[in-house]
Design a protein around this ligand. Structure first.
Ligand SMILES: NC(=O)c1ccc[n+]([C@@H]2O[C@H](COP(=O)([O-])OP(=O)(O)OC[C@H]3O[C@@H](n4cnc5c(N)ncnc54)[C@H](OP(=O)(O)O)[C@@H]3O)[C@@H](O)[C@H]2O)c1
Length: 341
């Protein structure tokens, strides 16, 4: 089943898209458009998709300085605002990259300037490590200054994040690529709590423990690579990776509902309680995604069946952020319940 049978003038009323409430009482649309074009799409294509997505009804955009396109995405946001969509209807997220953990205010001000905004709705620490890498490097590349997670250092970064809220530059702050042990430590020391945690979430990687942990602590789970990132570059592919949109359970539900398997993943995500941020520059795709969110829900049986196909298949393993020779990528994710040093 394809999703190319949408009409170019079709739209979804944004007021029909459900919202998720944050601890502050603010609410964010339960689906957002990802803006990481990776190796496949140019900044100009992503910027065009931002305008197109707003036209079809998206109000939530997931940005980051490291995506290298915030300046052109900012021009698109200006276009959207000039066309009459009020700023308060938009939800814009950005992230501080790993090489700016000591310089969060300047990094945020740069993102605000590029995105042509006075404030961000959500600003995230992109990774809990200050370890960086060049664009497009392969998985064997390492930052010679790479470090493990050092809580005092992360707290230093978090204090700067909190300052952004006090300055009115951002409405909420949050984390990304965290683990339960790291979040437990952070929550002991925060003055302003994380409103959201961005994490990899798709049917073959459901992260049940972290998912429940964040929800229990009033932190909204935002799910990246919600379709299993089917077009990710080869450097992010590992033998043994599974393909969510080819799973027999997803295919059978998609077939019954006459939907693309990708949109079944999105329905599952929203009904489970996470906020998926799928990437697409193709109007029929991003339109059908939004239509799926406001369409007929999956049944309880569908949801139960999908909850049983978790394969613990992490796709974005993060090898480039490792800090020691002969380490395994699992060390980035504290799989033994302790922070790896
Ligand atoms: N916080 C973090 O560390 C982090 C990490 C990774 C990603 N992210 C965020 O998450 C976003 C999404 O992640 P992702 O791009 O890795 O994976 P994804 O959203 O799971 O997959 C995107 C791909 O799925 C296909 N697709 C999208 N909508 C579709 C539809 N309705 N029907 C059929 N196919 C569809 C497109 O493939 P084709 O282009 O081939 O058509 C698209 O390129 C990123 O853009 C970024 O904003 C954050």
């Amino acid at each position: 089943m394809t999703n190319t049978n949408t009409h170019p003038n079709e739209t979804v009323d944004p007021s029909l898209v459900p919202k998720k409430r944050l601890f502050t009482g603010a609410s964010l649309p339960v689906v957002g458009l990802g803006t990481f074009g990776s190796d496949n799409y140019t900044p100009a294509q992503v910027a065009e998709a931002v305008i197109g997505a707003a036209e079809v009804g998206y109000r939530h955009f997931d940005c980051a300085s490291v995506y290298g396109n915030e300046d052109v995405v900012g021009s698109s946001l200006q276009t959207i605002l000039q066309r009459g969509i009020p700023r308060e209807e938009l939800w814009i997220t950005s992230k501080v990259w790993n090489d700016r953990h000591d310089d969060v205010l300047a990094s945020c001000r740069q993102s605000l300037a590029d995105l042509q905004l006075d404030y961000l709705d959500l600003y995230l620490v992109h990774w809990p490590f200050p370890n960086s890498h060049g664009k497009g490097v392969d998985v064997h590349s390492r930052d010679p200054h790479a470090k493990p997670y050092i809580h005092a250092d992360f707290l230093h970064t978090w204090r700067q994040m909190e300052e952004l809220v006090r300055l009115g530059l951002v409405r909420h702050i949050g984390t990304s690529n965290m683990t339960v042990p790291k979040l437990k430590l952070l929550l002991e020391d925060v003055q302003i709590q994380p409103a959201a945690n961005e994490m990899e979430l798709h049917p073959h990687f459901q992260q049940p423990e972290l998912f429940e942990f964040v929800r229990t602590h009033g932190i909204v789970p935002i799910g990246y690579s919600p379709l299993g990132s089917p077009s990710r570059p080869s450097r992010d592919r590992t033998p043994g990776d599974t393909v969510d949109i080819e799973d027999p359970v997803i295919l059978q539900i998609a077939d019954r509902l006459g939907l693309h398997p990708a949109t079944v993943c999105i329905k599952w995500a929203v009904q489970r309680g996470q906020v998926p941020i799928p990437f697409s520059v193709k109007r029929p795709q991003y339109l059908s995604t939004l239509q799926a969110v406001v369409g007929v829900p999956l049944t309880e049986e569908d949801m139960a069946q999908i909850s049983n196909i978790d394969r613990n298949n992490r796709l974005i393993k993060g090898q480039v952020f490792l800090w020691k020779e002969d380490q395994s990528w699992e060390d980035l994710w504290d799989v033994n319940g302790e922070i790896a040093l």
